[in-house]
Design a protein around this ligand. Structure first.
Ligand code: DQA
Length: 147
């Protein structure tokens, strides 16, 4: 981090999250990913966000690798949460603060959503706070010294 720029925080959104706003708004809310990005940029003007979404697991592994040396990573892996050992392994050896975020309360839904294979590889998990969960995750990363 140079004195001229703020901390870089990666916000990584996985499979099907590109459809936010249209996809099951009663569960995931009406905000689109663009709305969430704007919300974070407004809320944290000094943070240099790298905001990404992909439906391809290998591309997500690449994004996680790109985050090496950043202030931290916020990741909503979507359904990959529940079965992607590849994302677990990509995250586990990275030493910056890492937060797993879910818009919905995955513990109050279908049984298969209660288990995350990603959680053991991150520092914190936020679920059920909607878009505000991303704000909480960024605040946590900054509190860990990223900003
Ligand atoms: C989600 C929860 C996952 O179970 C689901 O597959 C998603 C979104 C959430 O943000 O609540 O795609 O990660």
């Amino acid at each position: 981090m140079s004195p001229e720029t703020g901390p870089t925080v990666f916000i990584l959104n996985g499979v099907n999250l590109g459809a936010l706003g249209r996809r099951r708004p009663e569960v995931y809310g009406t905000l689109t990913l663009d709305d969430i990005e704007k919300f974070l940029r407004d809320r944290f003007p000094d943070v240099d966000f790298e905001f990404r979404q992909t439906d391809y697991e290998g591309e997500m592994v690449g994004f996680i690798g790109e985050a090496a040396g950043s202030a931290g990573v916020v990741i909503n892996p979507g359904a990959w949460t529940h079965y992607s050992y590849a994302l677990h392994d990509a995250l586990e050896w990275m030493d910056m603060p890492k937060v797993e975020v879910h818009l919905s309360n995955v513990h109050a839904r279908e049984g298969w959503r209660r288990h995350s294979v990603v959680s053991p590889a991150v520092d914190a998990v936020v679920a059920g706070m909607g878009a505000d969960g991303y704000r909480a995750a960024v605040a946590y990363i900054l509190s860990r010294g990223g900003g």
